[in-house]
Design a protein around this ligand. Structure first.
Ligand SMILES: [Zn+2]
Length: 705
């Protein structure tokens, strides 16, 4: 769930920094890897009865050069698993973060997609898929044509904004923007009804900000003030590029800041947005004028082409009430400026170089990225963003071997079985709640690789008109999306492009999705050993499954409906357990003075904890009848599993992005994802013989699942 507020889709996926929190002294644990006769093997019970086969880290699928053997695995396991990689890796100048897994796989996928698109753009084939993706990419790559078009592609939008003088013209301007998914003021999409998860409704959401979060407008620390100053200067330069005079620009900047700050004040925080009950306010079409009387709703829905939409939920009543107050407070000239800014701001990436460069210059302030990504990389992204399930088709043919799908299915089945066992053994859950949890687990489905039925894209693509193509693609998607309102939920539809290196759990469909993009080394390899694959992709599978039972997912029942299925006492105990995780991660400090938000990251941290526990047990189960166990450069199979967990998350990122993500990302930085979840797992301390009281074996551990 969740989408990025930017038009061309800046993706914030899953990544991390480096820094430390080590206190424990106690017995100093082994600094290097265990030898085959060392203490860690002696404690690995299931392995002691069968013969040992000696092998190497490389042979099992781990990277010996990524290790920092001087680091103490009981103090900072992430450093032990990744320190060598961190020392030798530079963040590529066109990235704000880089990881051994996500980054490297993305790089490979990107090269493959480039090859596919270059071939398609030159092809004379009549194949619909080839023609469309080829033309889209070619138009994006044709920088000369983009320069020649200048600001013409946005002229109709700017002129609609300029005409705002009353409610009618305001509705006309807003719909002109929204039709192309330029979301000013608020945004809208079709979503399953939280309380009737088989049916789609329209969801109206808070929005309309140019900075990444409401807090950027409202915080008073020096960093926030500095970013606001730079944002003002950026708005000024962009409006000048769009043809505003020096005098007009001055007023425009203050109008933009006023409107956005007022919207920020009535916006929910990211933590508030983790409460699914709070996000569900099914007021329907008739409730909209009661909430925001001065917005011309009928004109709006009619102009979008969906006059009959009735099923409407808003994510926040106070936001739309606040928006309504603002509509009467601010005069038409302010709205003209605000809307014009959002056109320029959101369409900038498809405009001439001057806009692209200025847009990137401000992105740099936020992310610390040194260079803009090469044009071809941006064009691969743009094509993937607009025509994901067309571009995926040749990609899947080339890159997705059937073996990873079968392996993933085996892992999902085993991990799911392990969660069932966990439920059976829990001492804190009453029989009724346990039964409902088991029913939810049983009903949980999964999709692997790519969709069973490809989407079509019935929009025109002209190899010479990039901006027009982008707008046509957006307009088509909005129609497709809103066309679902009032209809049955399509359980086979994917929310993620198959080449993406990512995965998700959808609480309303109660299913997990693992795109082909992530089923690759170092997450999964047919050549890697079982413990290593389970520490990689197995942990990801366990993570997604646990999302069904984290603090947020657990509020949805087996059928995807929002509703409480917990008996009061089990619910109380569950809350106490998640509170422990909240406090644990809230204590982590990725940068001096920058703490993680334990409440914002709670769901992801609970999922990591469950994920690593489930994957570990699944690996043990899959290896329980092994005729011999492998010892790789002295590391036992248990240790190999944990090294695989660590090495799947080796990561480097700029200070700026660390700061930004601490505010907006529900995921903790990789270092804490690894150390936080492993330090809660007794099997980890056992595998590396970590004495109680060391940072990786604290006296107080947090176990939810
Ligand atoms: Zn997650």
């Amino acid at each position: 769930m969740g989408r990025s507020g930017r038009w061309t889709g800046v993706i914030v996926a899953l990544l991390a920094p480096a820094c430390g929190s080590s206190t424990g002294s106690a017995v100093s644990p082994p600094a290097g890897p265990a030898t085959s006769t060392g203490p860690s093997l002696a404690t690995a019970a299931p392995e002691s009865r069968v013969p040992h086969a000696t092998t190497t880290l490389e042979a099992v699928g781990l990277d010996p050069t990524a290790l920092d053997r001087a680091a103490d695995p009981c103090r900072d396991f992430y450093q032990f698993a990744c320190g060598g990689w961190i020392a030798k890796t530079e963040i590529p100048p066109d990235r704000s973060r880089w990881s051994r897994s996500f980054g490297e796989i993305q790089k490979r996928n990107e090269a493959e997609l480039k090859r596919i698109l270059e071939e398609a753009s030159k092809s004379k084939s009549d194949d619909v898929v080839t023609k469309k993706i080829g033309a889209y990419y070619a138009a994006c790559m044709d920088e000369a044509a983009v320069e020649r078009a200048g600001t013409k592609p946005i002229a109709p939008l700017l002129s609609a904004a300029k005409k705002v003088s009353d409610a009618r013209s305001f509705a006309a301007a807003i719909t002109a923007l929204h039709r192309g998914k330029i979301w000013a003021l608020f945004d809208m999409s079709a979503e399953p009804d939280s309380k009737n998860a088989t049916r789609m409704i329209a969801q109206l959401d808070q929005g309309g900000l140019g900075l990444p979060d409401r807090d950027y407008y409202l915080r008073d620390d020096d960093k926030s003030k500095e970013i606001r100053d730079k944002y003002r200067a950026h708005v000024e330069r962009m409006m000048k590029l769009a043809g505003f005079s020096a005098k007009e620009v001055e007023t425009a900047v203050s109008d933009v800041m006023n409107v956005e700050t007022e919207l920020a004040k009535v916006s929910k925080t990211r933590v508030e947005r983790r409460d699914p009950n709070g996000l569900y306010n099914k007021i329907d079409r008739k409730g909209l004028p009661k909430t925001a009387a001065d917005f011309p709703w009928d004109d709006y829905f009619k102009a979008l082409g969906f006059p009959d939409i009735q099923d409407v939920s808003v994510t926040s009543v106070p936001f739309f009430e606040g928006m309504n107050r603002l509509l009467t407070q601010e005069k038409p000239p302010a709205w003209r400026n605000y809307l014009a800014w959002h056109v320029v701001h959101q369409v900038a990436p498809v405009l001439p170089k001057a806009f692209v460069d200025e847009d990137f210059a401000f992105q740099q302030v936020l992310s610390g990225q040194k260079e803009i990504r090469a044009r071809w990389k941006r064009c691969v992204d743009a094509t993937d963003g607009a025509l994901p399930e067309l571009l995926a088709q040749p990609f899947i043919k080339e890159k997705f071997a059937g073996d990873s799908k079968t392996a993933a299915e085996t892992m999902v089945a085993e991990i799911s079985r392990q969660f069932g066992r966990e439920l059976d053994q829990l001492d804190w859950m009453d029989p009724k709640t346990r039964e409902r949890a088991a029913a939810k687990l049983k009903a949980m489905e999964y999709l692997i690789g790519y969709p069973s039925k490809w989407k079509t894209y019935d929009c025109d693509v002209d190899p010479k008109a990039f901006a027009r193509n982008v707008m046509a693609a957006h307009a088509f998607e909005l129609k497709r999306d809103l066309g679902k309102v009032g209809k049955q939920v399509d359980r086979q539809e994917w929310q993620m492009s198959p080449p993406r290196v990512d995965a998700y759990y959808d609480a309303q469909k109660n299913h997990m999705v693992f795109p082909a993009g992530i089923l690759q080394p170092p997450f999964y390899s047919a050549k890697a050993a079982v413990p290593v694959n389970l520490g990689g992709i197995g942990m990801v599978v366990g993570h997604e499954l646990t999302h069904g039972f984290d603090d947020e997912g657990s509020q949805f029942a087996a059928d995807g409906n929002l509703g409480n299925w917990w008996e009061p006492q089990a619910s109380e105990r569950f809350k106490a357990k998640t509170q422990c995780v909240d406090e644990q991660y809230g204590g982590y400090e990725p940068l001096p003075g920058v703490k993680l938000n334990g409440k914002l990251t709670l769901g992801e941290n609970v999922a990591d904890g469950g994920g690593v526990m489930l994957a570990f047990r699944a690996y043990r189960e899959m290896r329980k009848n092994a005729h011999e166990v492998s010892v790789a450069d002295g590391f036992s199979e248990d240790q190999q599993f944990f090294l695989a967990v660590g090495q799947a998350w080796c990561n480097k990122q700029t200070e700026q992005i660390t700061r930004m993500l601490a505010q907006v990302d529900p995921h903790s930085p990789p270092k804490f994802r690894v150390n936080g979840s492993l330090s809660n797992l007794p099997e980890f301390a056992q595998a590396f013989s970590c004495a109680e009281g060391t940072p990786m074996h604290p006296a107080k551990a947090c176990k939810v699942w």
